[in-house]
Design a protein around this ligand. Structure first.
Ligand code: AMP
Length: 409
């Protein structure tokens, strides 16, 4: 189904075509006509499905059709969990709006940077705002923005908004919005808190589901490489060189590890940068820009980068440290294989973390064969499962041990 059959303004179709979107993704084909009709929508979709354009295109059309307000009053509010996602959604919307005869004014606001430029930018008014909830409330307190004319609300990555503790802020924002409005809620997962929140928020919503999370993403090949923890950096260096990955996003468990691993790679002449919450917003933006522009080949990140970040043509993600949960794992590997491109997600697994990885596999309904890379074969055994039952320290499990363990699973 082509874009122009969805009821979109030709200027928006042209902008989508300019971006290289040949045809709507599944979520766009379902969501765009429903949003244009003014329906509420519940989208079960992850970043990577094309969900930004799925809400941005019809929203731009509805705001543009509403004509100018004088003074400009905010008509559409998009709440997102992270600064990076706010910047990304804002940029994407501006690109999609560019051919409209009267493009809506789009403001972007997020914390971690000075509020003054954001207040200045709002002086002339804005039609659409993309914001993180905390900074939005700050701007409201400074009387830089009012919500009383908002008739379209988007909650993007609602599960993440809750995870990050934004529930109270959301409640405050909702209380300031007019009761009559169109609501769109997107979430990758639906734990009970999100379900009941969505039920209270949405009126007779159209439900759009793109690919169940448990099924994993078919265009991502998953690999699990067995390696001892102490040799992971060397293996990573080897893979970056050997696999010919133009860009790699590597996930580690701590900010400290991000710094150390990036440092070691740099010493081996690989352009690597850490990415974590202790870096200034300016530095974080710079790292992502350098990554996109291929000035940086490897980014070593904490889970801060697991959601929201969209680096087109990211061929590989490496889990240097495994994700804490299966849901986090899905978000991490979703950074690759986006919008029809093929990606690879490599997880480093050791004797000590194998059981945890098995849990992730089970949740995803997957069975990822274990590989070993010549020269990096692990020699450390798994720690004993139960203290006192007599695991032999330093002994590698034999093939028989492994078979026995597999049968016991
Ligand atoms: P999102 O899920 O919104 O983060 O989008 C993921 C990626 O898909 C982004 O790089 C978009 O530019 C891209 N994208 C969105 N819609 C389409 C489309 N219809 N065709 C091809 N790529 C798309």
């Amino acid at each position: 189904m082509p874009f122009h059959s969805l009821g979109l303004d030709p200027a928006l179709v042209r902008a989508a075509t300019d971006k290289g979107y040949a045809a709507p993704t599944a979520i766009q084909a379902e969501a765009i006509p429903a949003i244009l009709q003014g329906r509420d929508l519940l989208g079960a979709a992850q970043t990577g499905s094309g969900k930004t354009a799925a809400f941005a295109l019809p929203l731009l059309q509805r705001v543009a059709a509403g004509g100018r307000h004088a003074p400009r009053r905010l008509r559409a509010l998009i709440l997102v969990p992270t600064r990076e996602l706010a910047a990304q959604v804002g940029e994407s919307m501006r690109g999609l709006a560019q051919h409209l005869t009267a493009p809506p004014r789009i403001a972007v606001a997020f914390g971690g940077v000075s509020i003054n430029p954001q207040m200045m930018a709002l002086r002339g008014g804005a039609d659409i705002m993309v914001a993180t909830p905390g900074r939005l409330l700050d701007l409201i307190d400074h009387r830089a923005v009012r919500l009383d004319a908002v008739d379209m609300l988007v909650l993007d990555e609602a599960d993440r908004l809750f995870d990050l503790g934004f529930a109270d802020e959301l409640g405050r924002v909702l209380a300031l919005l007019p009761a009559r409005r169109q609501n769109l809620l997107f979430s990758a997962t639906f734990p009970p808190a999100i379900q009941s929140f969505a039920e209270a928020l949405l009126h007779d919503p159209v439900r759009v589901e793109v690919q169940s999370e448990a099924a994993g993403q078919p265009d991502i090949a998953q690999r699990a490489i067995e390696v001892d923890p102490g040799r992971r950096t060397q293996l990573l260096r080897h893979l970056v060189r050997d696999e010919g990955w133009a860009r790699v996003l590597v996930f580690v468990a701590t900010k400290h590890a991000a710094e150390i691993v990036a440092d070691k790679l740099r010493k081996a002449d690989i352009h690597a940068e850490p990415f974590h919450g202790l870096l200034s917003q300016g530095k974080r933006t710079q790292v992502l820009a350098d990554f996109k522009a291929s000035r940086v080949q490897v980014v070593i990140a904490t889970d801060l980068a697991a959601r929201g970040i969209d680096v087109v043509q990211l061929p590989a993600v490496v889990n240097y440290d495994l994700a804490r949960s299966a849901v986090d794992h899905v978000h991490r590997i979703g950074r690759t294989g986006r919008a029809g491109e093929r990606g690879v997600a490599v997880s480093f697994v050791s004797g000590a973390t194998d059981a945890h990885f098995r849990l992730i596999e089970k949740r995803q309904g997957l069975n990822v064969p274990r590989e070993q890379v010549p020269g990096f074969e692990p020699v450390e055994a798994a720690p004993p499962a139960d203290k006192g039952t007599g695991g032999i320290k330093g002994k590698r499990p034999s093939k028989k041990d492994k078979l026995r363990a597999a049968a016991a699973r």
